[in-house]
Design a protein around this ligand. Structure first.
Ligand SMILES: O=C(O)CCC(=O)C(=O)O
Length: 272
């Protein structure tokens, strides 16, 4: 990461990376998402399920989407932030429409999953984070549209968040934003990379003529133990169609092991 990126990630808990996808990558991923959206539920590839407005394990619908798990722009950041020991543990394709009229309340891994389980540290000029999320965007978000809101700097918060401070009425679909909060507005092709310790939520999607399409890629360290135990948390039917490189990325490993893919600067998927 550049000194500027490190500084911004450290001080805010997120990075808004612009124009990560090339025009070709954007075209191919957008086309894949539209195909996924139009596929009847019973014809989706094994392991992909409609999940509210999105598709669980949707990243495995098409190689154009799967390739984003190792995208050259984010790959070196994921490796650096996890101390060279990355593991992909989920990849949901999300589509927000105006039909959902409720905000997603503020949350973060510290609050949801226990403060002892997640780390954000800096040592010898290196940032270490054991829970990261990359949001790849395929449609534009403009100011006023809704979408992701974050409390910058909250990944380092030492205090309990006072209840009702930011969204006192969760039934209000259009709350006024507290000045400590910002609404991130990525355009198609941008990526927002966050520490899952960053407090974030989602505003109601306002446009009626456009939806919000994005991929949620979750990374842990390879030795992070999930609720499922120390085995690969991805379903076997999803693992079966991944390229060997992505499959290796999903594998848990001992903390001293170095995965073969983690030695690579640029990873090209082998198409099975
Ligand atoms: O919709 C978003 O941008 C964020 C979704 C979210 O809150 C999450 O994946 O934890």
């Amino acid at each position: 990461m550049t000194p500027k990126q490190k500084y911004l990630f450290d001080v805010t808990g997120y990075l808004h990376l612009k124009n990560v996808l090339s025009p070709e990558e954007l075209r191919n991923t957008q086309a894949a998402i539209e195909r996924c959206r139009q596929t009847p539920p019973d014809q989706l590839p094994p392991g992909i399920h409609r999940n509210g407005e999105g598709f669980s394990y949707g990243f495995s619908f098409d190689k154009a989407l799967e390739a984003l798990t190792l995208h050259p722009v984010t790959w070196h950041m994921i490796k650096e932030l996890t101390g060279g020991k990355p593991r992909l543990n989920r990849g949901t394709l999300a589509i927000n429409t105006n039909e959902k009229r409720q905000i997603t309340p503020l949350h973060c891994a510290r609050e949801d999953l226990g403060w002892l389980t997640r780390r954000y540290e800096v040592k010898d000029g290196q940032i270490f984070a054991n829970d990261l999320v990359a949001f790849f965007h395929f449609t534009d978000v403009f100011p006023g549209d809704g979408g992701l809101v974050v409390i910058p700097g909250s990944h380092k918060s030492e205090f309990e968040r006072p209840e009702g401070l930011f969204f006192p009425d969760l039934d209000n679909p259009d709350p006024e934003l507290h000045p400590a909060m910002i609404n991130i507005t990525p355009r198609a092709g941008d990526v927002v990379l966050i520490s899952e310790l960053l407090t974030h939520g989602v505003l109601v999607w306002k446009p009626k003529d456009r939806d919000r399409r994005f991929l949620i890629l979750r990374y842990k360290t390879q030795y992070f133990q999930d609720e499922q135990g120390n085995k690969n948390p991805l379903p076997e039917e999803v693992l079966a169609r991944l390229s060997p490189e992505t499959r290796e990325l999903t594998e848990p490993a001992f903390y001293t092991d170095v995965k073969e893919i983690a030695k690579q600067e640029r990873v090209t998927l082998t198409i099975n």
